[in-house]
Ligand binder design. Structure first.
Ligand SMILES: C[S@@+](CC[C@H](N)C(=O)[O-])C[C@H]1O[C@@H](n2cnc3c(N)ncnc32)[C@H](O)[C@@H]1O
Ligand SMILES: [Zn+2]
Length: 171
């Protein structure tokens, strides 16, 4: 059973080089199309810290200390990998949309900086993009270069935090 949504134009495939699985386009996708809506159970930071490393990696942060976690359910949207040169972006807090047209066979990726501000899920990035920043960390959302590149594609709770940081820098 799944509580989330993955577009029928997408497919989860084996990708051992990506730590297990990855999500690919089976059909051409237009800019702004909804690709996925994350599902699962709403859990607190304290509950997330009780999960295994793998389970933690399959959560999506939706507020400062709230997350959606699969909790044993099959959530295909949790197999969408990070890239430092992504083709998808966050819309609201739980949806993923195409940032540009996506071709058949392309892997669907988003930048985890668009949704994540936690330190428990940091990893060395293997996206291979020329702009790859190496370590993916829970403080990447604070980078002004990413604010510019992903304008309109940050999770709502992070956009509020970015707006506050901006105000502080330019009173
Ligand atoms: C939401 S899961 C993505 C699906 C994952 N590939 C899997 O099969 O379980 C997030 C985890 O995948 C891995 N991951 C995602 N994007 C990655 C990337 N660009 N480079 C290295 N590992 C990545 C990291 O271990 C991360 O904690
Ligand atoms: Zn990268």
């Amino acid at each position: 059973m799944t509580t989330g949504y993955l577009s029928t134009k997408l497919e989860v495939r084996n990708a051992p080089e990506k730590g297990g699985y990855a999500v690919y386009a089976l059909k051409t996708i237009q800019k702004d199309e909804v690709l996925a809506v994350w599902g699962g159970q709403v859990v607190t930071l304290a509950q997330v810290l009780e999960l295994t490393r793998e389970e933690q990696g399959h959560t999506i942060q939706i507020y400062d200390e709230l997350y959606l976690a699969p909790m044993g359910m099959e959530e295909p949207a949790d197999y969408i990998n990070h890239s430092c040169s992504p083709n998808a972006g966050v819309c609201g807090q739980i949806s993923l949309v195409a940032m540009r047209e996506i071709g058949i066979g392309e892997e669907i990726t988003f930048d985890y900086a668009m949704s994540d501000s936690s330190s428990f899920d940091e990893f060395d990035c293997a996206c291979g993009a020329p702009t790859c920043r190496g370590l993916v960390s829970g403080s990447d959302w604070k980078r002004p270069d990413l604010w510019k590149r992903y304008d309109g594609y940050f999770s709502t709770y992070l956009q509020h935090r970015i707006d506050k940081l901006r105000k502080k820098a330019m009173p």
